[in-house]
Write a protein that binds this ligand. Structure first.
Ligand code: PLP
Length: 381
């Protein structure tokens, strides 16, 4: 089944034609996203919610089969506005930067809060008025994983969530404020599934016991975060063993994973058109109508060692260059870091270059309007 999913996720991009696309553009395929979610649910055996920040656009969301995913996690008021038609407890609000306007909007959307600090509970209680608040989930820090499992691999430290003492303080606070707690959330961080998934489950199992003791009642929802790699179908994860591991968590609990890149990465491509090709001291450069201004992650400005992406030239085989030279693919800004790829051969003005695997974060984690160049168009096919 995973092979078929892989097929579904890539075939559609091969079928694009240059005339289809006004560049620069992101092109997403809703069927591929649906297939990805179905495959993830089968592999993990849990609910899967969409981490909207990876690909936060309504036109794609609205074309997904609504019963295929189990909720959506948003991290700002802007994202909550984008999904305005979607309300109810399966809209999860999860950000350390919770503020009054987001709390107000979240309450009126009937959303569920995943609180990052005990103080978030004060905000919710202060703003709730006479309205019912869904039971909240406590976000635990990924630091508890090393504390509970000393043999866990080192995880990149982050600022999110609470340690167990803070979580107990949150329980006390919730009691005083009349708010209910029914869930825990623990996310190890991006790209951590291979090395840390079993330690996340072990730490969660331990945390459930501690938190239920403090609460004096059972938990109902356990959210194990995201962190599955974008190319997970190729990585040969042993999902049977992972599902067996999950049975260590209380069977009465709803188990959730909230994925970004594992859902969207290869369901979207970035397309640019070559405007001009020039050769300086023998080195060919293709200057394109888009680049880091629309797809910042392709520029790899932060990396000491450049690992150039290799785009496909749409509907054309490229001719080799003398001495096996490559064409360096550049974006449209005046930054020398606006180098987004390399093609082993000659490209021509008018060629459309397709960068695969740009469906997650590439658009959303991009700068806003450097040189007033404008954003990319988006297409959902
Ligand atoms: C709270 C939370 N959940 C889930 C995700 C999605 O992570 P991934 O794309 O690794 O699945 C993120 C990403 O930043 C996140 O912050």
């Amino acid at each position: 089944m995973l092979d078929q999913t892989r097929q579904a996720a890539t075939d559609w991009a091969a079928a694009l034609t240059p005339a289809d696309i006004q560049t620069p553009a992101f092109v997403y395929n809703a069927d591929a996203v649906n297939a990805r979610i179905t495959a993830l649910k089968a592999a993990l055996g849990t609910d899967v919610i969409i981490s909207f920040k990876a690909s936060n656009q309504l036109d794609l969301l609205l074309r997904l089969e609504p019963d295929n995913y189990d909720g959506i996690e948003i991290a700002s008021r802007g994202e909550l506005h984008m999904i305005a038609g979607k309300t109810g407890p399966n809209v999860f609000i999860n950000t350390p930067a919770l503020n009054d306007p987001l709390v107000r909007a979240g309450i009126s959307a009937g959303a569920t809060f995943i609180v990052d600090t005990p103080e978030h509970l004060d905000m919710i209680a202060r703003l709730k008025g006479k309205r019912e608040i869904n039971p909240v989930t406590l976000r635990l820090s990924n630091k508890i994983i090393a504390k509970i499992c000393p043999d866990a691999p080192t995880l990149r430290d982050d600022q999110f969530g609470m340690d167990l003492d803070q979580a107990r303080a949150a329980i006390e606070k919730a009691r005083g404020l009349g708010l209910k707690i029914n869930g825990l959330h623990l996310y190890a961080g991006p790209h951590t599934f291979r090395k840390a998934a079993r330690f996340v489950v072990a730490a969660m199992t331990h945390a459930v016991r501690e938190i239920e003791d403090a609460l004096g009642h059972d938990l109902e929802v356990l959210n194990l975060g995201g962190g599955l790699e974008e190319n997970w179908p190729e990585l040969g994860h042993d999902f049977d063993s992972y599902r067996a591991l999950l049975t260590e968590l209380p069977g009465r609990c709803r188990l959730i994973h909230e994925f970004g890149r594992a859902i969207f990465a290869d369901c979207g491509v970035f397309a640019v058109r070559v405007q001009q090709v020039k050769t300086v001291m023998g080195q060919p450069y293709a200057i394109c109508d888009g680049g880091m201004a629309q797809a910042f992650l392709l520029a790899q400005t932060e990396n000491m060692m450049r690992r150039y992406r290799v785009p496909r030239v749409l509907n054309r085989d490229v001719a080799p260059l003398p001495d096996g030279a490559s064409t360096i693919i550049c974006g449209s800004t005046c930054s020398r870091d606006d180098v987004i790829g390399k093609v082993a051969g000659a490209v021509e003005a008018g060629d459309v270059l397709i960068f695969d695997n740009c469906g997650a974060y590439t658009r959303t984690y991009s700068m806003n309007n450097f040189l007033q160049l404008g954003g990319a168009d988006t297409y959902v096919v």
